[in-house]
Design a protein. Structure first.
Length: 366
């Protein structure tokens, strides 16, 4: 909300939503006085300004969107729970500022099809895809040889592989460069988050799997790069701060001035780029398997990862088993086509059942 607060003349907040953070929602509503507010995980209305209508539940969020009719929707919901809001935005032809990468991971063909049908715009808020989007501006897509998605490598880039079974939740949640929520932070440690970004890049930019590369860049300054057929490379650089891509997408096609210290090339004069170790990060080759399998495999991938990550955070699953269980859920089934949002939700439910059973079996085996 800081970006909106800094530019009150450009933005009017129509809707604010949270899952269960009633106090946070109340504070934001008091500051921005939206027409509508929603808690998707609670029926209890927080104290809201006069004139702000309250909605509750997952269905309440869609009703809140209908009631507020925003021009742009910033979808930062975590996980598959964000699918419906993305579908609503694209179905109604609005601009989707997409921070919920799981939407495209789980239902990429359906959602991008909706965008083409309605003329809706998707602006990627993920720092990597926002970087690629900027590098591609004004370029001929046919001139693109490949894109390079950068990854920090997470907290275990140099940790001995034979100690991974002893990784604790506290260790996995200590990201070296980014400040993120628990699920995304664990996803950075397993690099499942980067696997999702491979799929997201495929759907956002229409790129084949052999045109998407991942490279480890520990400093998180170069957010991604685009390589062109003439040998040129364009890179977008910036401090590792999500306010940068959020600011870009909110202001698009204009650029909003920043109020924080920008990237200093002298301070960051040593930038490293390293190959991805697939033994250390087996989630990366799994992403390419999902692209090869196609259909609803991405929905299963995301659902299984949500379950396995939650089990790890709860202390009932060792760290290396997260990716093992997700891979098992994806590879042990025949994919089906996604023709509707319900198809993606059905695959999501199937992935959750498979991962839940695998987590339980892992506990018994131990």
């Amino acid at each position: 909300m800081q970006v909106v607060t800094e530019h009150p003349e450009q933005f009017e907040v129509a809707l604010l939503a949270a899952h269960t953070s009633a106090a946070g929602l109340a504070a934001a509503a008091a500051a921005h006085r939206p027409a509508v507010a929603c808690l998707t995980g609670s029926d209890s209305a927080p104290e809201l300004p006069a004139g702000t209508r309250f909605f509750a539940g997952a269905d309440g969020l869609l009703a809140a969107l209908d009631a507020s009719a925003p021009d742009r929707v910033l979808n930062a919901i975590t996980g598959a729970a964000g699918l419906a809001a993305s579908a609503w935005t694209l179905r109604t032809g609005r601009t989707l500022l997409l921070a919920n990468k799981e939407s495209l991971v789980a239902a990429g063909p359906f959602l991008m099809g909706l965008a083409r049908q309605t003329g809706a715009t998707v602006l990627p808020v993920d720092s990597e895809h926002c970087a690629v989007f900027q590098c591609l501006h004004g370029e001929n897509p046919r001139a693109v040889r490949r894109i390079w998605l950068t990854a920090s490598g997470g907290p275990f880039r140099e940790r001995p592989l034979d100690t991974f079974a002893a990784v604790t939740t506290d260790e996995a949640l200590r990201h070296p460069t980014w400040n993120m929520g628990p699920r995304i932070t664990v996803g950075s440690a397993t690099m499942m988050n980067k696997a999702f970004e491979v799929l997201e890049a495929h759907w956002l930019f229409g790129l084949a799997s052999n045109a998407i590369e991942v490279v480890v860049h520990p400093q998180s300054i170069v957010h991604s790069m685009v390589e062109f057929c003439d040998g040129s490379m364009l890179a977008q650089c910036g401090v590792p701060d999500m306010r940068v891509p959020i600011r870009y997408c909110l202001g698009h096609p204009e650029r909003l001035p920043a109020t924080f210290e920008p990237f200093d090339p002298v301070r960051w004069r040593n930038l490293e780029f390293l190959p991805v170790d697939h033994e250390r990060y087996p989630s990366i080759p799994l992403a390419y398997d999902v692209l090869r399998l196609g259909g609803d495999s991405g929905a299963v991938l995301n659902a299984a990862d949500e379950v396995a990550t939650a089990a790890f955070l709860a202390g009932s699953l060792p760290f290396p088993a997260i990716t093992d269980i997700v891979a098992q859920a994806v590879r042990n089934r025949v994919p089906r086509q996604i023709r509707s949002l319900q198809d993606a939700l059905d695959a999501d439910a199937e992935g959750r059942r498979a991962a839940t059973a695998a987590v339980a079996a892992h506990g018994v085996a131990r």
